[in-house]
Write a protein of this length. Structure first.
Length: 747
């Protein structure tokens, strides 16, 4: 008993019990279906027989309609009318027997129609007591005494019947004796008209008629309007039929079901189904359902046992592998997923043994490292487990790449996959979205729909969990704009999202800025060095004191952080120091191309934390000081002349040809020389100097953007704006606005 209880918690018993529950539910459903079906099966059988009789009645109705149309066509045929006139007015010798032959051909064509199932068609002309049929003509009463003889349908019967008023009438079938002695089951059909003296007799072969139009009912009776049987098949018992009731389609009487269907022709179709036959059908169906239910349960139980064992065996082997980690035996399974898990467990056991052996030998080193980590609070870097005019809002994704970790993987490929992931995720949650890469490191998504913005927070946090898997290579700032109503506000939404990006607090984690909220700290003070601090700093830089410069930068960065400066304000300070330091380098006639190649605006834009800013400036100042020191030791006269020439003529439209003429060098040689010695080409030197001057004019003067552009050598305002944004990451107008805000805050 204890063993049974212990095994009841195993995977096999759990799987088997779940299968049994499923089997029980299916069996319950089948039982309910069986009960429901059993209570409704009689109605279904009755409805099925009613439908079958309805279809049969329609087929016979179509038959009688086609027969009537064909006989009426023959009755009104011009040739038949002409021969009738000849029989009335001429002697037998003057009859046009060629016309009789044509009529016989027409009769043969009618009788050859398989659909009509006709034995013969006879046209009776009473004026001459003559019948025209398919094989010739018959005189007097021979048609119904010799060729088609029947005790009921005698010549006298037909003479009396033709005196009555009708134009189409079906008579009950009877056994006729042919002239050759054969017995034929025929059903006479007569067509006559009071305007014509002749009549047409059609003899329907009822056995062929039944073969041509078989009924699903074994016992079928066709009644005329006087409820007399015209035609029947099968055993109709005593022949007594219950009266037809117009409000009921069937009657149960004398151990039979009588189904009635009234046709448009006036005929009534009766199908007789014995009660015992319906009961046998019900019994047979019940037996089939019971057998199927029993077989299903048996198959389900057997399949449950087999599948349970099949699943249980590899799972038990996996459990044994975990219980005995030192065992390196690998089990095999014909289930692909279990075989894959087996391989991984085998690899984990091998890795576990290797790690265990390695830890035994390096235990002392690990303990020492743990003490050092706790003393210095070293972060180990371990990842936690973790349209048209429709309303819209913008989501701006700004990526910060850590190039020292990102390595040589192409950035455009990384951005492509990130953009595809963003687009796929948003399109799964929103009806209409658009995702584009708007800048080198910015991806913009637009979401259309007035009720969509309230759901974006939850979705962005789900995406953040995915982004955090790569936070050692890059992090992201996500800014969400407010909801806007019109496409005219696209720029406003974009500017709002850009503005929110600037409000990012320093952090080395992915940050989501969804609403315009006040920061935890309110920045107060200026983000730049005071004039005195700036003069002292650049004197130290020119003198080659990189450690002293770095100490002042460190104090300023810590001060900005303590005052609550956001990432945009940190970046403005960093870019100001960066460009002024490059100006010092140029004034010292130092080749700055190598510095710009390593330290540039893109690198500054990727800085996200205080430590990253310190790590950026420390090697930067070291390289700047070393470059100035090396220049002092060895001056390049050509490069020095170029830098002086740019410094003195940057406002003019100076060209490389003018400079080459001054130095008496070829243009190609001078261009290659500048690129080789400085690392950047001649135009980049001019643009760097001009943008630096533009920043000073934007802050220190009230000149508009176009005037400043002309003052520094850009006579096209668009060219100036494009170049300024390339070097600073923002437009001249936005740069001036930011500087004015910082100045007001300082005041």
């Amino acid at each position: 008993m204890q063993r049974l209880f212990r095994h009841s918690h195993s995977v096999f018993y759990k799987i088997f019990s779940q299968f049994l529950i499923i089997i029980f539910l299916l069996t319950s459903f089948n039982y309910y279906s069986f009960t429901f079906f059993k209570s409704n099966i009689l109605d279904e059988i009755i409805n099925n027989n009613k439908s079958n009789l309805r279809n049969t009645a329609k087929e016979y109705e179509d038959y009688f309609f086609a027969l009537k149309e064909e006989l009426l066509r023959l009755h009104t045929d011009e040739k038949v009318s002409q021969i009738n006139g000849q029989f009335l007015t001429r002697s037998p010798r003057d009859i046009n027997y060629l016309l009789v032959g044509d009529i016989q051909n027409q009769i043969r064509n009618v009788t050859l129609n398989r659909f009509l199932s006709l034995e013969n068609v006879l046209i009776y002309f009473p004026s001459s007591a003559t019948y025209i049929e398919k094989d010739g003509t018959l005189d007097g009463d021979r048609a119904f005494t010799i060729f088609y003889a029947n005790e009921m349908y005698t010549p006298s019967f037909w003479r009396e019947k033709l005196k009555t008023s009708f134009y189409f009438q079906v008579f009950p079938e009877a056994a006729f004796k042919a002239y050759n002695g054969d017995s034929l089951q025929l059903m006479p059909v007569v067509v006559k008209n009071q305007f014509y003296s002749y009549s047409i007799f059609a003899l329907v072969q009822t056995n062929k008629l039944y073969d041509l139009h078989p009924s699903s009912a074994d016992n079928l009776i066709i009644l005329n309007e006087q409820s007399q049987p015209l035609f029947h098949r099968g055993d109709i018992g005593s022949g007594h039929l219950p009266p037809y009731q117009t409000n009921r389609s069937y009657v149960e009487e004398n151990d039979n079901y009588y189904f009635f269907e009234k046709g448009q022709s006036g005929l009534t179709y009766v199908s007789i189904i014995p009660t015992r036959k319906i009961q046998s059908q019900i019994t047979r169906l019940n037996l089939i359902l019971l057998v199927l239910c029993f077989v299903s349960i048996l198959i389900g139980i057997v399949a449950s046992v087999i599948l349970g064992k099949r699943f249980n065996r590899p799972i038990m082997q996996m459990v044994q592998a975990f219980e005995q980690p030192k065992s390196l035996l690998r089990f095999k399974s014909n289930i692909k997923e279990f075989d894959f898990i087996s391989a991984k467990i085998h690899e984990l056991n091998q890795l576990n043994r290797q790690i265990h052996n390695d830890l035994l030998t390096k235990n002392n080193q690990l303990e020492n490292y743990e003490y050092i980590k706790k003393l210095k609070k070293i972060y180990t870097g371990a990842s936690p487990d973790d349209e048209a005019e429709a309303p819209f809002f913008i989501i701006l994704f700004h990526l910060h790449f850590f190039r020292r970790i990102h390595g040589d993987v192409p950035m455009d490929k990384v951005l492509y996959f990130i953009r595809e992931y963003i687009q796929l995720t948003l399109s799964q949650h929103f009806t209409s979205t658009l995702t584009i890469q708007i800048e080198r490191n910015q991806i913009l998504s637009m979401v259309f729909g007035g009720n969509e913005r309230q759901r974006i927070g939850r979705i962005l946090h789900q995406m953040k969990a995915v982004f955090d898997h790569d936070k050692e290579s890059w992090i992201m700032t996500v800014a969400v704009s407010s909801l806007y109503e019109s496409s005219n506000e696209y720029h406003m939404a974009y500017e709002e999202a850009l503005g929110r990006l600037e409000k990012r607090e320093l952090s080395d984690q992915t940050v989501i800025i969804q609403d315009e909220v006040l920061p935890h700290k309110v920045f107060s003070g200026t983000i730049y060095f005071t004039p005195g601090q700036g003069e002292e700093f650049f004197q130290l830089l020119q003198s080659g004191s990189d450690n002293a410069c770095m100490e002042r930068i460190r104090r300023k960065l810590v001060q900005l952080h303590a005052m609550g400066a956001n990432s945009g304000e940190f970046r403005q300070f960093a870019m100001d120091i960066f460009y002024k330091s490059l100006s010092v380098v140029e004034l010292s006639k130092v080749e700055s191309g190598g510095l710009i190649h390593i330290y540039n605006v893109e690198a500054i834009n990727d800085l996200c934390s205080l430590d990253q800013y310190l790590q950026f400036f420390e090697p930067f100042f070291h390289d700047v000081v070393r470059a100035i020191r090396d220049k002092k030791e060895s001056q390049d006269e050509i490069i020095a002349f170029v830098m002086d020439y740019i410094h003195n003529h940057y406002t003019d439209d100076i060209s490389l040809e003018q400079l080459a003429a001054e130095l008496k060098l070829s243009v190609s040689y001078l261009s290659a020389y500048i690129k080789e010695k400085t690392g950047i080409n001649y135009l980049e030197h001019i643009n760097t100097h001009r943008i630096g001057k533009a920043k000073e004019l934007l802050v220190q003067t009230d000149l508009n953007v176009q005037e400043i552009g002309k003052h520094i050598g850009y006579y096209n305002a668009n060219s100036f704006i494009r170049m300024f944004k390339k070097f600073t990451g923002t437009t001249p107008k936005e740069y001036r606005k930011q500087q004015l805000l910082h100045t007001d805050s300082a005041d």
